[in-house]
Design a protein around this ligand. Structure first.
Ligand code: GLC
Length: 499
């Protein structure tokens, strides 16, 4: 598996969580899984690691000097009773990764050599895989456009043996496609013959995601609804036609969450631990602690939480203008995230103009996030599109009732509570459209539910109960089936050896 992010080493969003949990679950099922990821300046390595004696080569261009040799730091493997093992190898290169303050960019924007950086990551990852398994891996699983080079190089550049190794490519977010000027073809070892509309060419530029989705044996995305949505113009980000041509190999597999790491019964980051039965008595303690931490006035009114990367995708511009009016009606807000400057400024402005009622923390703060899940009555996810979304699942696990738009993985994970009335079904409040008035109506429905105390209690119980079924087991089994399908008997042999 090749990924730019891996929890807890380095991540900016859900990708890191997913690759960590999925790789472990697959190993638990008996597979040998190797994850390769870069070591950035921000990467937090665990105490025990082993540095490989030999460096591995990563060739990224056609020229004689277009090759780097990368250091490899290996984490302690995780072994399971099934015989499966999960290994993690971290690629060391001070210039491309270690010396950077961010993963994709810094305050000045995205790094302008990202394509080169991630080409080196991908190529280096294949070299690592070859050292681990002398015949090469059974399957290459690449995540998002950054790792698309692995699929493209293996299929087109590295010779017969690699070309025969099947690959799975997962789209976590179609908005980011890795679009490059044509001059990068030669610089990045991309064959000119593939620079055509069926593979790498898209609207006059190189499109790496298009190339990988064209060449991979299977393309997956992270929820069934998103897999359907991206075949249409609205969510297709210009690639819908191309993806429709490959619809036969596209599958949506719902992300899970790591139920052991996200458990309000054992979470050391929250003030009061609880489960379904004790939530009623204990969550108010978490709410009070969160209010205090964030400088919010204590009160009986509903507390709305939000934790997000502050980007266009997340629909903040649809939600934030509604905040003053909702505050007038008695709502309070705990807003946490970092991202685009204009959204950060608006959060800060809202907090400044509504002291005690709106709190904003401009930060990527995993521990605080957990306290928001545990202490909020409602959790807002007003996304324009959402390939899967993990925060609504974490929120449900911690008893915060989600308020979501009806898109992608949000549609697949939140069952609507109709009209905010205390019905006996539903795990969250679903806005009918991606629009401010619909999100406003959903927030009002939440406030009605809140004033009907028993109704809210029952919704909390249903949300928590539902979240208990968001584990990875089933989805990991589906990935395994997919791998077995693309590589036939070979993988099955590994798996039974493990079992
Ligand atoms: C991306 C998507 C998000 C998804 C995550 C993990 O961050 O935007 O919806 O949950 O990847 O797959």
């Amino acid at each position: 598996m090749i990924s730019t992010e891996l929890e807890p080493l380095a991540r900016t969003g859900g990708l890191g969580d997913v690759v960590e949990a999925l790789s472990l679950s697959l190993a638990e099922l008996g597979l040998d899984v190797l994850v390769v990821t870069p070591r950035y300046g921000v990467t937090r390595l665990p105490l025990h690691t082993t540095r490989w004696a030999e460096r591995v080569p990563a060739r990224w261009g056609w020229g004689p000097d277009d090759v780097r040799s990368l250091g490899v730091v290996e984490l302690d493997p995780v072994r399971f009773g099934s015989g499966g093992v999960r290994r993690v190898c971290v690629l060391d290169d001070a210039e491309l990764f270690g010396g950077r303050s961010g993963i994709y960019g810094d305050r000045l924007g995205a790094y302008d050599d990202n394509a080169l950086r991630f080409a080196v990551m991908s190529r280096g990852a294949l070299s690592v895989a070859e050292r681990v398994w002398p015949g090469g891996p059974d399957v290459i699983h690449a995540h998002d456009w950054h790792a698309s080079f692995a699929v493209i190089y293996a299929r087109l550049v590295m010779g017969e043996r690699w070309a025969r190794i099947p690959s799975v490519f997962t789209v976590h977010n179609l908005e980011f496609q890795g679009v490059l000027d044509e001059v990068w073809l030669d610089r990045l070892h991309l064959p000119r013959a593939a620079y055509r509309p069926e593979v790498l060419w898209h609207e006059g530029a190189i499109n790496l995601l298009k190339g990988a989705t064209a060449l991979a044996d299977r393309v997956t995305t992270v929820s069934p609804t998103y897999a359907r949505e991206i075949l249409g113009a609205e969510a297709g980000f210009g690639l819908d036609l191309h993806l429709r041509a490959h619809a036969g190999k596209l599958v949506g597999i719902q992300n899970g969450i790591d139920l052991a790491r996200w458990d309000p019964q054992t979470d050391g980051a929250i003030a009061a631990r609880f489960d379904e039965r004790t939530a009623k008595a204990r969550r108010p303690i978490d709410k009070r602690a969160l209010e205090e931490e964030l400088g919010l006035e204590p009160g009986e009114g509903p507390l709305f939480g939000l934790v997000a990367r502050l980007t266009w995708q997340k629909g903040l511009d649809l939600l934030l203008p509604l905040v003053p009016e909702l505050v007038n009606r008695g709502a309070r807000f705990a807003l946490v995230g970092e991202g685009e400057r204009s959204f950060e400024d608006e959060l800060t402005w809202l907090a400044g103009t509504h002291p005690g009622r709106v709190a904003a923390r401009i930060a990527f703060d995993p521990a605080l996030s957990r306290r928001v899940y545990a202490g909020s009555d409602f959790f807002l996810v007003p996304s324009r599109f959402e390939p899967c979304g993990l925060t609504q699942m974490y929120a449900m696990r911690y008893g915060a009732v989600p308020i979501v738009t009806d898109v992608g993985g949000l549609h697949d994970t939140v069952e609507p509570i109709v009209g905010g009335r205390s019905t006996e079904t539903g795990t969250g409040i679903v806005a009918s459209r991606v629009a401010p008035d619909a999100i406003h109506a959903a927030c009002l429905a939440a406030m009605r539910l809140h004033s009907d105390g028993r109704g809210l209690e029952r919704a909390v119980t249903r949300a928590m109960r539902r979240a208990g079924a968001f584990g990875w087991q089933e989805s990991a089994a589906r990935y395994r089936e997919l791998y077995e399908h693309v590589c036939g008997a070979r993988l099955a042999r590994h798996a039974t050896r493990g079992a």
